[in-house]
Design a protein around this ligand. Sequence first.
Ligand SMILES: [Zn+2]
Length: 127
Amino acid sequence: MNCNEVREALSVANEGAPPEVAGHLEACAGCRAWAAGLAALPARLAAWTAPALSDSFEAKVLASLPSTRRTPRWALVAAEFLIFALGSLAGLGAVWVFSPGRPTGVRPADPAALGGGGDLADFVTGD
Ligand SMILES: [Zn+2]
């Protein structure tokens, strides 16, 4: 077995590595040191504590995030007001257009006003 095969076998085997591994470890100082480091790893991990975060850590993380452009509150209120105003104007316009008493600008012809008593047919034909 070469060193890589021995280290892989030691990494995978919880107990009882193949007999060839023991023979390699007796002859290879590098693999013995590696195996000792592997054996000490659980104790080192258990003793490890996470480093304390600096006071500015949260601010730095938040500052590093991409900004999300949000519509300002005042713009939403202005848009709501504008929509409401336009809707109200449209409603008032509809009421005015369909109101029965509204002057339409089109009045029936008054024959008396069109030539002193002339006939409407004369007015239409131009006679
Ligand atoms: Zn080796």
